[in-house]
Ligand binder design. Sequence first.
Ligand code: PGA
Length: 257
Amino acid sequence: MRKPIIVGNWKMNLTVSAAKKLAGDIEGDYKSDWVEKVEAVVCPTYLQISGVAGVLSGQIGLGAQDLFWEKEDGAYTGEVSAIMLKELGCKYVIIGHSERREYLGETDEMVGKKSQAALAADLTPIICIGESKEQREAGQTNEFLEKQLLAAIENIDQADIVRVIIAYEPIWAIGSGDPASPEDAEEVASLIREALTDKYSQAEAQQCQILYGGSAKADNIAGFIGQDNIDGALVGGASLDAEEFVGMLANVAKKND
Ligand code: PGA
C-alpha cells in the first residue's frame, strides 16, 4: 500500500518570518494520529528552510523547490547543492516544476541531472511533468507526457526509481482554480505507472508515488485520492493557508482511515 502524500509548494511567497508563522500554524493544527495515514510536506524557499525547520517538530516533512546538479562545492553562483539541503533537514526536493521550465529554461536533461543529484544525496525527488492547454487540445497529452517522463528518468536505475515521486501537473490547471477532473488525472497517472512498469517492472512501478497538482484544495482532494493511481497532491495556492492545507490533510487522513 502506498501512503498518500500532500506536498505544499510555497513557491516565491512569504518573508522568513511569515513562513515561520505559517509553519507554526500548520504544526499547531496538525493531529499527530495523521502521521500513519498521510505524509505531509512543506517546501519553502531556500531562504526560509532553516527557519521553518526550527518550527517543525518532525511530523511534517521538509523539502526544497529546486537544487543544482553538481554534488561538490564549487563556482556555481546562486546555486544550492543537495548536501546543503540535507544539512538543514530537507528530505524532499521538487524538480522540473513547469514554472522553472517556462521562466528559467529548465530542460528535461537538467531535470534528469537534478533528480540524480537528489537521489545520490538521499533526497526524494518530486519530478514534475505536465502538458499545456494547446497540447491537450491537440490530443498530444499522452505522447508528450511519456516523452517528458522518460527523459527525466532516463538514467535512474531500478534500485532508485522506487524513491522517486512523479507529480502530474497539467499547466493549464496550475493556479487557475480549475483543476483537472479526477478521472482525467487518473488516466494520466495510470499511463505514468504503465510507463514505469515498462521501463522497470511492475514491482517498482507499484511502489512509486504519483501525485496530482493543479488547483488541488481541501474540498476536491478526496476525489483525487480516491483514484487507484493517485497517491496525493502537489499543492500551491492552498498550501499558503494553514486552515486549507490542514483541511486537506484531514480529508486525506479520513479517506485513509
Ligand atoms: P496550485 O499550484 O495548487 O496553486 O494550482 C500547484 C503547483 O504549481 O505545484
